[in-house]
Design a protein around this ligand. Sequence first.
Ligand code: AMP
Ligand code: GLY
Length: 421
Amino acid sequence: MKILVVGKGGREHALISALSASPGNVSIYSFPGSDAIFDLAQPLPSEDGPLGSVSSLVSAMQREGIDLCVAGEESYLVREEGLANACQIAGIPCWGPPKEAAQLEASKEFAKEFMLRHAIPTGGYHAVDTVEAALNAIGEQYPTVLKFDGLAAGKGVAICPDRESAEEFLNEVLEERKFGDGRLLVEEYLEGPEISIFVSVVDHDFQILAPARDYKRIFNDDQGPNTGGMGAVSSWEMIAPDLMKVIEETIVRPTVAGLVNDGLPYRGFLYFGLMLTQSGPKVLEYNCRFGDPEAEVVLPMIRGDFAAYLYEAARGSLRPDLISIADGWGVCVVSASAGYPASSRTGDLISGMETVAGAQVFHAGTRRNAQGDFETAGGRVLVVSATDSSREKAVARVYAECEKIHFDGMQRRSDIGVKNF
Ligand code: AMP
Ligand code: GLY
């Protein structure tokens, strides 16, 4: 079986590692891939130059006889020419939803309307176009949550404690148009621990794979600016079975039923970002892909035939019997480059990776230099991931292995999995 994984980061490296560990005869391809990924997967051959567009990508898949396309990241799914839509026309099973359903991630307003329509618990909101309308919607309710409804490289969300900070953000977004055109959502501020749930969805069927938590801030104790994620923890023990049942019945099942009801076929991972509030779990956001770095901590815990599982699922048959999720805990820790998240320095030589044992190293932003050695090539550089029978053991293991890796300017939190439990 020939499988293409689309993406190039740590999540895709983890997906490809899990697929490589499958028992069947699997050839893995990657696009756009990275130097580290190409140690495990081959590049998708291209005849007519770089494979930039969805159609050129799908043509290359057809030429190569790809049996399954796995979307790691969302960007190709949400394009005008959606990856899953184009795969469907070409008759290639795709793990990742059509662009219409991927709106759950691409448009915050679409997601809110979907939740309202299907009575899925979430915070209240108003969608507005002007600063005045936003201030009216906020009234005296501070803190308030303001979200630009469009692409903003993770910078489109502000939690504003007072009117002054809200006005500043609103002016940037709605007057200066810092992120371009798009509406803004004023959302109810929700409080509680945050948790994410990763689910395989196949039309009307679903399987909850695991809960996980990521650590978004750059510094220990959740200080400093938001990042793409500085580490993650996963275990079925993170959530009491009763609460998981509530999440399944009030959030996951109605979401899957809602997709069917709205005529939005969905085959792919669905990521539920939740806030566990005093009045029950509520949805903060959906993503139509696995989380990154959550994939790096959940996927190493999958046993069985992951390749056959995704192949069958993409063809419409959810087969939980093909995989199992290991007991215990997974913890992963990100090493980021100097300057991240405001900027990222590249070209710093990475040492010590070859001495890591008993943990996996996923490459998020590296490349080989002229000598063939790995150096930094992005904000998040490496993700070290370990699994063990308890959280404490997994934390000790992952940090012992992290100690072996070094590059200049390296930034790494030392409290992943240690606090907030
Ligand atoms: P988002 O981009 O929607 O995932 O938001 C980024 C982060 O902002 C979330 O992970 C939360 O920590 C926080 N956040 C988003 N929405 C809310 C909300 N309604 N109330 C409180 N915090 C929120
Ligand atoms: N770790 C957050 C995300 O993947 O969106």
